[in-house]
Design a protein around this ligand. Sequence first.
Ligand code: 48F
Length: 257
Amino acid sequence: MEHQISQAIVQGWFKKLTDHLVSDVVIVGGGPSGLICATELARLGHKTTLIERKLAPGGGMWGGAMLFNCIVVQEAAIPILDEYGITYKAANDGLYLADAVESTSALIYHAARAGVAIFNGMSVEDLIVADDMVTGVVINWTPVTLNKMHVDPLTISAKAVLDGTGHPCEIVNILTHKNKVELHLPSTTVLFERSLNAEAGERACVEHTGEVYPGLYVSGMAACGVTGSNRMGPIFGGMLISGKKAARIIDEALRKQ
Ligand code: 48F
């Protein structure tokens, strides 16, 4: 029986990877914005792969604020909580309170149920760049990258890649550090985030969600990071709306191809 258990896992996992080596979209980072974007794109029929460095997707949502595991969401994002079946109660001044664990696990569940291929414990360490365009990601096991083991990676090709890596905007940084490219932003380089201002940060993360280089998109805190916008702390409505917006923009771009 033991070998049959192992055989089922190995065969199932390799089929999932093989089926997604050529994807429509790769989402890097399973934070709230990446999870929503992935779910929406999968629901629209795009072959969507999500790579998450840690064992558990969810990013900065599990811990609420200072490990007080509640999150705050503003009125504008309440329809998304309803759509994803997340419960909440009114807090104050148009703000609502939700349980961080319920909210995070709901986003992960819906991504998996929508058909997103989620690879956890895996990191994106580089991009494939050809003809002035991002055409995929370079992947490796997180333990390999953490231990700095000299092991060559594998690749996943995609028509669109989303940097949903949050504060470090890691994927855009890799693009600009390794390649002499200019971003399609007023600054042309990564500006890095500003100090906390909840209202400005929430506005900016939605406003700056979009394509920053052919084939490469940003959402959530990465959209603030690349544009030198404020961080916002433990309010999450902007992340959810940003994920939806990213999905809409990527869907439109893919339909034109
Ligand atoms: O930071 P994160 O939660 O992304 P987000 O969607 O949301 C930000 C909020 O959580 C919070 C905030 C607003 O309220 O300020 O921070 O912008 O999640 C980013 C995910 O990306 C993973 C990382 O482990 C985390 O789960 N990640 C980062 N770099 C890589 C990566 C990488 N190179 N490869 C794979 N995953």
